[in-house]
Write a new protein. Structure first.
Length: 246
């Protein structure tokens, strides 16, 4: 469902030198699969999600999503594909403070192929436990409730893939556990694949399949034509770490 090959992204530093942030040789995610990526702050894991989602354009490489090539599209095309296929849960929620809970979800739906559907938005909000908060504004909600709105917005367009960037990072432990359980459960119910990135070992331990983003990046760098030896280095397979609750 998701296939990433030879994906790279770099930025120019304040000193004028180009710094490579992402270099991933290969990564794949099957339909309905749930995978957690471990990565410290500044490791490039958020940039990796932004490349998959088409928020950023890659320097090189390919991102295939449900049969469509994200990396072959211009900005408008990437926006359209993201709206139709991807749900994104941000660490900072990114809710519009001047809009109600219901309006935040409906507005997110308006960019998708099915358009704004208030009835479905209400159903999704009821599913995440906010059916009685439809007319509230984000500032009137707890942080845990705001994250539930963000989850509802991400799932409202019935995406094939949900990307979650440190979704528990701004929550207390109890709210974080509840938010994580909700994200995973709703993804299962909708048949959506889930790719979550985090540096929190408690969050990572909840996933049967965990990958180290640093290892993915190092594998990509070793496979790069820029290898100092000038030779093709040995290919490294992704290593799945099994353990913890499903």
């Amino acid at each position: 469902m998701l296939a990433v090959t030879d994906l790279t992204k770099s930025f120019v530093s304040p000193e004028g030198t180009r710094v490579e942030i992402v270099s991933v040789k290969a990564f794949a995610l099957a339909a309905g699969e749930q995978v957690a990526l471990r990565g410290e702050s500044g490791s490039g894991k958020t940039t990796f999600l932004h490349l998959i989602a088409g928020i950023l354009a890659a320097d090189s490489g390919r991102v295939m999503l449900d049969g469509a090539e994200m990396t072959a599209l211009g900005e408008a095309g990437r926006d359209k594909l993201r709206a139709g296929k991807i749900g994104y849960v941000f660490q900072t929620f990114n809710l519009l403070q001047g809009f109600s809970v219901l309006e935040n979800v409906v507005l997110g739906m308006s960019f998708g192929p099915r358009g704004a559907d208030r009835a479905h938005a209400k159903d999704v909000l009821a599913r995440v436990g906010l059916g009685h908060r439809l007319d509230h504004f984000p500032r009137q909600l707890s942080t845990g409730q705001q994250q539930r709105v963000a989850v509802a917005r991400a799932l409202a367009n019935r995406p094939k893939l949900v990307l979650a960037d440190e979704p528990t990072g701004n929550l207390d432990k109890k709210s974080g556990r509840e938010a994580l359980a909700l994200i995973r459960e709703v993804c299962r119910e909708n048949g959506a694949a889930l790719l979550l990135v985090s540096h929190d070992e408690e969050v990572l331990a909840q996933f049967e399949t965990r990958l180290d983003f640093g290892a993915l990046t190092e594998a990509g760098k070793r496979a790069s034509p820029m290898n100092a030896t000038g030779e093709s280095p040995p290919q490294q397979n992704q290593q799945n770490q099994k353990g913890g609750a499903a």
